[in-house]
Design a protein around this ligand. Structure first.
Ligand code: CAO
Length: 450
């Protein structure tokens, strides 16, 4: 006889109010015991909440973005197998390294159900979950260790193994680059379409030789240092963006002589309030105005690559250099904020970034990014577009230069700008117009107020 069973969030260690990043079931799905229902994420770990019962999903009580704690209702199942309730498994405490560590297997002794069962799911398992011994197929040539470290749920790992897909070569489009089912499907589709030649592993994707493995110690003393998590994550995205987006980089120099005088004066005026203005806040404001005037810069290609999603909000990503690598937090609604507010927020997010306190949501939703190396040096550089954005602007160190005014050279403070854009979306003329407009705005700070 069937019964309705409520599956609730079990004890998830020290965590409370954790965010749901994936809902893995929908009404009508048939689930087995231990099938994952949702994935939750803290700043330290992702965990999957498995089902304690088998049955058909009748109601899903949560959605992505919700926060849940122990005891919150996740789904209601119509369960026919009353004996499949699981005993609470030993706690798999999410630890600092939980995303990388192999979790402990869950205990599986059964307990007797009651007719009005209100079940707590078995203890959640930090991802990646226990693996069936992975045996690469002769043709797949997959590195088992790297496969295990791929950011995907156990169910998807199984799915990938069945298809012979090397998860390390699949780009994750879910939260925090988590691999979702559609990523595996589109990977397979791509391989089918290109006869197996398309492969994200560097050389082979481009039809060139892979990098040789070199024993550098033959040439002198060496030390091996692992890349940070951020390095690895950004590296994957940068690689993808570099090889898949046809980049053009347009250079210009903005005359910021009068803006610099205004900035210095403003710094004095606001000293008591503790507000410090750097050039970047003014550039952010100018960029928001540029996005309004040239809306193609404020767009993204949709998944089919056939439509542009035009955005009516103006959020700017700022590349921040941290000891662990590059992160890009987003300042929202820059068009609506004053330069004072932007400066305060900029300072706050840089501190948060360097103290590793950014939440995933702090780094989402950007329309266009700025990478400012102006405080460090260099004359110009070619920034890589931060997809799904279609453009990014690099800022280098401003210098006094002689500028011809028609009758003589004048000393002007010139700030180098490097605008990279996705040439599928923005054409060269539009790129030149955009960067010229930014220069025009920066040449007179009053224009930023209009
Ligand atoms: N020209 C000349 N001086 C500049 C300048 C420019 N374009 N931009 C900033 N400066 C000055 C600032 O005015 C400040 O000087 P004062 O203290 O005398 O006023 C000094 O350089 C340091 O500025 P800052 O870098 O601390 O502040 P910012 O607002 O310009 O930048 C942030 C903030 C977070 C973007 C920056 O600290 C940072 O992390 N930059 C690196 C970004 C990066 O790594 N990009 C590369 C991405 S690709 O790998």
């Amino acid at each position: 006889m069937s019964e309705m069973v409520e599956i609730k969030v079990p004890d998830i260690g020290d965590f409370d109010e954790v965010e749901i990043i994936e809902v893995l079931v929908a009404v009508g799905d048939v689930v087995a015991v231990e099938d994952s229902l949702i994935t939750v994420e803290t700043d330290k770990a992702t965990m999957e909440i498995p089902s304690s019962h088998s049955g058909t999903v009748k109601e899903v009580k949560v959605k992505v973005g919700d926060t849940v704690s122990k005891g919150d209702l996740v789904v209601v199942l119509e369960s026919s197998a009353a004996t499949d309730v699981k005993e609470q498994a030993p706690a798999a405490t999410p630890a600092e390294t939980a995303k990388e560590e192999a979790p402990k297997p869950a205990a599986e002794s059964a307990k007797a159900p009651t007719p009005t069962a209100v079940a707590e799911a078995p203890k959640p398992t930090p991802s990646p979950a226990p693996e069936v011994e992975y045996k690469p197929s002769p043709t797949a040539n997959i590195n088992p260790d790297r496969f295990k470290s791929a950011h995907a749920s156990p169910a998807l790992r199984k799915f990938a193994r069945e298809l012979g897909v090397d998860l390390t070569k699949v780009n994750g489009t879910g939260r925090n680059s988590r691999i979702v089912k559609e990523d595996i499907q589109s990977f397979v589709k791509q391989v089918m379409e290109t006869g197996g030649r398309s492969n994200a592993a560097g050389g082979t994707a481009l039809g060139v030789e892979p990098m040789p493995e070199i024993d550098f110690s033959k040439f002198g003393e060496v030390e091996t240092k692992p890349l940070s998590k951020i390095n690895k994550l950004t590296g994957k995205f940068l690689h993808r963006n570099w090889v898949t987006i046809p980049h053009v980089t347009q250079f210009d120099e903005a005359d910021i002589t009068s803006l610099e005088a205004f900035r210095k004066q403003s710094n004095k005026d606001y000293e008591k309030e503790g507000v410090k203005f750097t050039l970047l806040s003014f550039i952010m404001k100018a960029m928001a105005a540029g996005l309004k005037k040239y809306p193609r810069f404020n767009s993204s290609l949709d998944a089919s690559g056939e439509n542009l999603i035009m955005k009516n909000y103006f959020h700017i990503g700022i590349a921040v250099d941290t000891p662990d690598g590059l992160v890009v937090p987003v300042v929202r609604d820059v068009d609506k904020k004053s330069i004072v507010d932007i400066s305060i927020e900029l300072r706050e997010i840089s501190i948060k970034a360097r103290e590793k306190k950014l939440m995933p949501s702090d780094m989402q939703g950007g329309c266009m990014s700025i990478s400012s190396l102006g405080g460090i040096g260099g004359t110009k550089f070619t920034p890589i577009v931060n997809a799904p954005e279609v453009a990014i602007m690099g800022v280098s160190k401003a210098e006094i230069k002689p500028v011809w005014n028609g009758s003589e050279f004048e000393p002007k403070l010139m700030c180098p700008l490097s605008l990279s854009y996705d040439h599928r979306v923005v054409d060269g003329a539009e790129g030149a117009r955009f960067i010229t407009y930014i220069g025009h705005l920066l040449a007179d700070a009053r224009r930023l107020l209009l």
